[in-house]
Design a protein around this ligand. Structure first.
Ligand code: DGL
Length: 259
């Protein structure tokens, strides 16, 4: 049985990344960990985010994973350097897509919606400085959004009201790109499209992460070339139903696991 790709997130949001990875790499087996019992990570200290990232990594390594996708901006920006230097498998991370937004914007104003843990990280600041010269980056903490998505309440009045509160000040400043800096947020895209004017592009990093995962597997000779019945295991330490509904894939085997 080919070794799987391991993917973890603070909860169900990283399934938005899993979908892109599974599309791009259709022969790979995958194991996904949703650490929903500890969500949101975004409000935790750097030390706590690191401790949880180590726990998730060690579980995935026990499952025999050959590469680990940290499908969480908060865990990437706070823990990936440590993970890369302490474990002997490649790690793929995800960060808010500032660079493509900076290349696309015409108004020179870009909004970033992300967690407190991501926005306060050194990695995020370095990326912003590097790629957004001459661009105004309007940062907004999406406080409360991860909790609503974890509760399966995406299409709710509360979600709409919260998003309006977060987006109105950015829209007044004339942003034309909104970077989704949290892997939970792509699930908000249908609601975001109702709220945002049509000139505002929504940018997320899911496809870029899948491309990078493929490239790193190829470089390391780790690609699975033949496997017509890939296995996709999903483990959550909270509500199985919310994870199952979001994954929405007949090949997914979703179970509860107290990891
Ligand atoms: N999906 C995580 C991210 O990309 C959510 C973080 C959280 O749990 O606060 O940042």
């Amino acid at each position: 049985m080919p070794k799987p790709i391991g993917i973890f997130d603070s909860g169900v949001g990283g399934t938005s990344i899993w979908k892109e990875v599974a599309k791009k790499l259709p022969h790979e087996n995958t194991v996904y960990l949703a650490d929903s019992a500890n969500a949101p990570y975004g409000e935790k200290s750097k030390e706590e985010i690191l401790r949880l990232s180590i726990k998730n990594t060690e579980y995935l390594l026990k499952e025999g994973c050959k590469i680990i996708v940290v499908a969480c901006n908060t865990a990437t920006t706070n823990a990936i350097d440590y993970l890369r230097s302490h474990y002997n498998v490649p790690f793929i991370g995800i960060e808010p897509a500032i660079k493509p937004a900076a290349l696309q914007t015409k108004t020179k104003k870009v909004g970033v919606l992300a967690t407190k843990g991501t926005l306060s990280s050194g990695l995020f600041h370095n990326t912003s400085k590097l790629f957004a010269e001459g661009i105004t980056v309007l940062e907004q903490e999406g406080k409360g959004l991860v909790e609503l998505i974890e509760a399966g309440r995406i299409d709710s009045l509360e979600t709409r009201n919260l998003l309006r509160t977060f987006l109105d000040p950015m829209l007044k400043e004339n942003i034309d790109c909104l970077v989704l800096g949290c892997t939970h947020y792509p699930y908000l895209i249908p609601v975001l499209k109702e709220i945002l004017p049509s000139n505002v592009n929504i940018i997320d990093s899911g496809q870029a992460v899948a491309r990078q995962t493929r490239a790193v597997l190829a470089q390391n000779n780790l690609l699975t070339k033949v496997n017509d019945t890939p296995e996709h295991l999903f483990y959550t330490n909270a509500d199985v139903r919310v994870l199952k509904d979001l994954v929405d894939d007949p090949t997914a085997q979703v179970s509860f696991m107290d990891f």
